[in-house]
Design a protein around this ligand. Structure first.
Ligand code: NAD
Ligand code: DAU
Length: 355
């Protein structure tokens, strides 16, 4: 079996669902269930014999050690993290605790476990650390896309904490020989995306008749990847990635934020038109920019393509249509995640931003 951390969050839950639809191999899913963790994402696995859910913290060494001893996974995939840049600006401490201390404690527990394995089990064991393109910093419009050899220049508390975790993972390979692989992926979108992030926030606000808050001029560029393509990349890296290597994962799909928001509005106009017949784009409002906002990310994903034969299956056009349709088809999920805690966050992040 495999041990997944953070498997109740957006990408982790998609990964667990994707894994169990492709494999007979069971998953132990360790998740702290922070505000971002949601067991509803895993509701379809309720009676699945191949899914064991454990609520807990990656920084809890005794718990992780016990899970490793009890289930003897052949691999650990680390998705668990605080993942939202804006939250890291308002409160960086949890990012240091989970992304740095948590990853360190996980590495220590995994190192002890791996050290006790023998022969083929030891040789086959893997730790896959799931990271982000944000560790590379910000690009100018003419810079080439991020390559794995690029310098780390993280600019937010979130990206700095992820960069630190990547460095720890790397060091555990070089110092102790721990069999690790790291992936650095661009912006994901798709089902179960928590509506504090750009695309789902625009969908839920549009449908609720609320303003669509675009930070600054909206010309910041991100590379967007459909989440199921990220899952297939991770399966492939786990299967064939070279130990100690890092692999960039991306969609070859750079777009400015304002274009993304217009695309979301256009699809909603088609699939769920406003009752007054006006376009959703009339709800777009430019608001005060994110402090230290990175201007452009772009991923050169040619290494994973050349070495491992992976390319995304979805185009942005197909992926975003599926995504918008998923939100329209799942109003109960959307309503349930917009709890009191979510409303508190929306107030904190947006009330002081002048339009
Ligand atoms: P998310 O915030 O939706 O989910 C994170 C999950 O981790 C939640 O279920 C949460 O409960 C859990 N968690 C948090 N702290 C924990 C702890 N101490 N112990 C155990 N579980 C804990 O995040 P996501 O968007 O699914 O991102 C998953 C991973 O992928 C993160 O490491 C993130 O940095 C990385 N990543 C995300 C994106 C993206 O676009 N969302 C892109 C590239 C990389
Ligand atoms: O690049 C990968 C990263 O993508 C991941 O490592 C992070 O975990 C993930 O959250 C994401 O980070 P971003 O900061 O790029 O995602 P977010 O959805 O928060 O913002 C995307 C862009 O949209 C960014 O330029 C900020 C902008 N934005 C965001 C929100 C929430 C707005 O203009 N308005 C908003 O209300």
């Amino acid at each position: 079996m495999i041990l997944v951390t953070g498997g109740a969050g957006f990408i982790g839950a998609n990964f667990v669902l994707d894994w169990l639809s492709h494999s007979e191999e069971a998953v132990v899913n360790l998740d702290k269930l922070t505000y971002a963790g949601n067991q509803e994402n895993l509701a379809s696995l309720e009676d699945h014999p191949g899914h064991v859910f454990v609520q807990g913290d990656i920084a809890d060494t005794a718990l992780v050690t016990d899970l490793l001893a009890r289930y003897r996974p052949r691999a650990v995939l680390n998705f668990a993290a605080e993942s939202h840049v804006d939250r890291s600006i308002h409160g960086p401490e949890t990012f240091i605790q989970t992304n740095i201390v948590g990853t360190f404690r996980l590495l220590e527990a995994v190192r002890a476990h791996w050290g006790g394995l023998q022969g083929g089990d030891k040789a086959a064991f893997r730790l896959l650390h799931v990271s982000t393109d944000e560790v590379y910093g910000s690009l100018s419009p003419t810079d080439p896309a991020f390559k794995e050899t690029g310098r780390y220049e993280p600019n937010s508390p979130y990206s700095a904490s992820k960069a630190a975790s990547d460095h720890l993972v790397r060091a555990y390979h070089h110092t102790y020989g721990l069999p690790v692989v790291t992936t650095n992926c661009s912006n994901n979108y798709g089902p179960f995306h928590f509506p504090e992030k750009l695309i789902p926030l625009m969908v839920v606000n549009a449908l609720a008749g609320k303003p669509l808050p675009v930070y600054g001029d909206g010309q910041q560029v991100r590379d967007w990847l459909y989440v199921k393509d990220h899952c297939s990349a991770l399966r492939r890296v786990l299967e064939a990635g070279r130990l100690g290597e890092t692999y960039n994962v991306g969609g070859w799909n750079e777009k400015p934020n304002l274009e993304i928001v217009h695309t979301v509005c256009g699809l909603l106009d088609e699939l769920r038109p406003r009752s007054d017949g006006k376009p959703y784009a009339t709800q777009i409002t430019h608001v005060t920019d994110r402090p230290g906002h990175d201007r452009r990310y772009a991923i050169d994903a040619s290494k994973i393509e050349q070495e491992l034969g992976w390319r995304p299956a979805e185009t942005f056009e197909t992926g975003i249509r599926k995504t918008i349709q998923w939100y329209l088809d799942n109003p109960a999920w959307v309503a349930n995640v917009q709890s009191g805690a979510y409303q508190h966050w929306v107030h904190k992040n947006y009330s002081a931003r002048a339009a």
